[in-house]
Design a protein around this ligand. Structure first.
Ligand SMILES: Nc1ncnc2c1ncn2[C@@H]1O[C@H](COP(=O)(O)OP(=O)(O)OP(=O)(O)O)[C@@H](O)[C@H]1O
Ligand SMILES: [Mg+2]
Length: 255
């Protein structure tokens, strides 16, 4: 099957620091990919390059077979067509470590904002979907609370509902539970697991090796700006080849 997400040969430097040295990540529809690697290995940078929050120095990103057109050379490289970028970006739902909800808006207004303001959809239709999504993530009763009144786990689930409400083709998660206490982490992981079971295409940066092993179809280990090892859970965790990955896994994957 043709991949729904194709990020090919992504390179990115910050000054003299070459963070990504040619990384390719593709995902087929329904595939869950986890991205692991030590702190500073470029996991967040890779996710940010996929949705052009960071502009890759070279390489291409395509969604549904449509490549984001780029112009110029680094450091002036940029998406050539803002309208195309917006359209392609709206196929990507992004959930960060920090929830980035508007604290002065209610939970449901946070969820409804992009679909109404950016996608110009009908508010009533969006409200219905937003309520369904809040139900799915288990916080429908908090719809009218201010985001600031929610626990961290509830805020992160609201952030997931918000990302889902744009009807993305691919969800990108960057350590969505790392700011949470363990008991709050569980409820967020439960939601992500549910999305995986529903067949959502997801790329998930995580430090939780057990979760990666259980939920992801494929795991990618980034090291020194390159893919050091990649494979199914059985391959990567059960029959680890790379010495560096062995070290990383046996070190308890510290942050
Ligand atoms: N905007 C930036 N400007 C300069 N350097 C940056 C920038 N963003 C990231 N870096 C550097 O790039 C490297 C990779 O950072 P990145 O955040 O992608 O790592 P990571 O794998 O997500 O790490 P962590 O597990 O700690 O989140 C780090 O050395 C970081 O300091
Ligand atoms: Mg990171």
């Amino acid at each position: 099957m043709a991949p729904i997400l194709e990020a090919r040969d992504i390179r990115k430097s910050f000054g003299l620091l070459e963070v990504l040295k040619g990384v390719t990540v593709t995902a087929s529809k329904g595939e869950v990919i986890s991205l692991i690697g030590s702190s500073g290995s470029g996991k967040s940078t890779l996710l940010r390059c996929i949705n052009m929050l960071e502009i890759p120095d070279s390489g291409s990103v395509a969604l549904d077979g449509e490549e984001i057109r780029m112009a110029g050379k680094p450091p002036h490289r940029h998406p050539a067509d803002e309208a195309q970028l917006r359209r392609i970006r709206s196929k990507l739902g992004m959930v960060f470590q920090s929830f980035n909800l508007w604290s002065h808006l209610s939970v449901i207004d946070n969820v409804m904002e992009a679909p109404i303001k950016v996608q110009k959809r009908d508010p009533e239709e969006v409200r219905e979907q937003a309520l369904e999504l809040l139900d799915k993530v288990g916080i429908r009763e908090k719809a009218d609370s201010y985001a600031s009144q929610l626990s961290g786990g509830q805020q992160q689930r609201a952030a997931i509902a918000r990302a889902l409400c744009i009807n993305p083709e691919v969800m990108l998660f960057d350590e969505p539970t790392s700011a949470l206490d363990p008991e709050l982490e569980v409820e967020v992981l439960r939601v992500i697991r549910l999305l995986a079971e529903e067949g959502r295409t997801m790329v998930l940066v995580t430090h939780d090796m057990k979760f990666a092993r259980d939920v992801a179809h494929r795991t990618i280990f980034l090291h020194n700006g390159m893919i050091e090892e990649e494979g199914t859970s059985d391959e990567v965790f059960g029959a680890t080849r790379s010495e560096r990955l062995k070290q990383f896994l046996s070190a308890g994957a510290p942050e």
